[in-house]
Design a protein around this ligand. Structure first.
Ligand code: CMC
Length: 385
């Protein structure tokens, strides 16, 4: 390399540790193992709130009054329907593509038929489009899941809250109260999580003043990747590949001896037991008892105990994906739909952070350190050797 002209030689690969903006939406304290939305601890929200209330909080910065919550819940319910034109198209795609690609295509199609997607300067109008998309993403995801089982979509039930209705649209029948509670809880726990890759991607698109559907599509595209949204699928493959406690013990000794990464453990930010995993662990126990998957829970516990004994001092503990996979599996959901469910929830965080950023927008435009050659002589094509 000659004539390195760039003065900036310091950089953070993957923007690791770089602070790009301020936010009032949520905070992840990796050392303390704490997560909060708008100042409210996730443990309180998990225990007392609902997904609808959590979304209202993320979008509006305060907990709603009873009448505000009722109005907001009605608005979500009223926006659940997805036009047949979109449903027909995503269920007639030419290939059996990944459910996240089907979902992303569905969101793009909604943009093309939906007048709320026109590029609005007005943040209130964008918020309304966001609320509509939050409602429709659950409907689209359920339709994708049923299509993969060669079943017809189930229309939303306006009598049901968001999580319960989502399960209903997946199954075609009402779930048990504990199952509905666990789905609602999981949606609350995944709704926002700092400046993760999909949130950042959606904010970059929004910062160009592109429309909300395009920004959300890029969030879905980013979440699809196995380094981001896909770990819980791998956890359940690992757990269901083990058929007894004795096999789990042998498995964990083998992976520890081989020093291979164990799916569902470790986190870039949390260096202690993370709160989402802790909350889901308790519900995974109850749910597996209800659904007859107790042995799978015991297998998970066996792996957790031994891995944390070995790696706890290095800050490696189960992460949210360790238990969310077990939960969705116990709810009878196919592993290919685990990442789309993540999107059904996280869309709230994407929309909230996009709207907040647009209040004082600045186009994202980082730079790169150029390391290629410079001042090369141009040789016409016929004279090149
Ligand atoms: N199993 C065994 N060892 C691990 C694991 C693991 N799951 N994760 C990290 N380590 C070790 C790693 O081998 C390294 O050891 P050493 O210092 O001896 O070389 C040390 O811990 C640091 O690893 P790292 O990969 O540099 O740490 P990181 O903070 O960049 O990794 C991670 C975070 C999530 C990429 C990683 O822990 C991992 O690959 N885990 C498995 C995949 C997984 O469960 N992903 C879901 C993440 S949570 C989802 C979300 O919040 O959105």
């Amino acid at each position: 390399m000659k004539n390195q002209k760039n003065r900036e030689t310091d950089f953070a690969k993957g923007l690791e540790g770089i602070v790009s903006n301020t936010t009032r939406i949520g905070y992840v304290d990796g050392e303390a193992g704490k997560l909060s939305y708008r100042g409210y601890d996730i443990e309180d929200l998990a225990e007392h709130s609902s997904y609808e209330e959590t979304v209202y909080l993320l979008l509006n910065g305060k907990l709603p009054t009873l009448s505000e919550l009722e109005e907001f819940t009605d608005k979500l319910k009223g926006n659940r329907t997805v036009a047949d034109e979109v449903m027909n198209r995503i269920t007639h795609l030419p290939c059996p593509c990944h459910p996240m690609s089907m979902l992303r295509s569905g969101i793009s199609l909604l943009e093309c038929i939906d007048d709320t997607c026109r590029i609005a300067e007005d943040l209130e109008e964008k918020k309304e489009a966001g609320i509509k998309l939050i409602a429709q993403t659950a409907t689209l995801t359920a339709a994708v899941a049923r299509h993969l089982q060669e079943k017809e979509p189930v229309p939303p039930d306006p009598a049901l809250p968001h999580g319960a209705n989502f399960l209903y649209m997946l199954r075609g029948e009402r779930a048990k109260p504990l199952e509905e509670r666990v789905m609602d809880l999981s949606l609350i726990l995944h709704a926002d999580h700092g400046m993760n890759a999909s949130t950042f991607a959606s904010m970059v698109v929004a910062s160009t003043l592109s429309d909300l559907h395009s920004a959300v599509s890029s969030g879905i595209a980013t979440l699809k990747g196995p380094l981001h949204g896909g770990a819980n699928e791998r956890v359940i493959r690992m757990l269901t590949g083990i058929s007894s406690i004795a096999e789990a013990e042998a498995f964990v000794e083998k992976v520890l001896a081989e020093k291979t990464k164990i799916m569902g453990f470790g986190h870039r930010v949390y260096k202690t037991y993370e709160p989402r995993a802790k909350i889901l662990q308790g519900y995974a126990k109850k749910l597996t008892e209800l659904t007859g998957n107790e042995e799978l829970f015991e297998i998970a516990q066996t792996i957790e105990k031994r891995v944390t004994e070995a790696y706890g001092s290095k800050g490696i503990f189960p992460n949210v994906d360790f238990y969310s996979g077990l939960i969705y599996h116990s709810l009878g959901i196919d592993e290919s739909i685990f990442t789309p469910i993540f999107a059904v929830s996280r869309i709230a965080g994407w929309v909230a952070r996009i709207l907040e950023y647009l209040e004082d927008n600045r186009l994202f435009r980082p730079r790169a350190v150029y390391t290629g050659p410079t001042d090369l002589p141009y040789v016409p094509v016929r004279e090149r050797g």
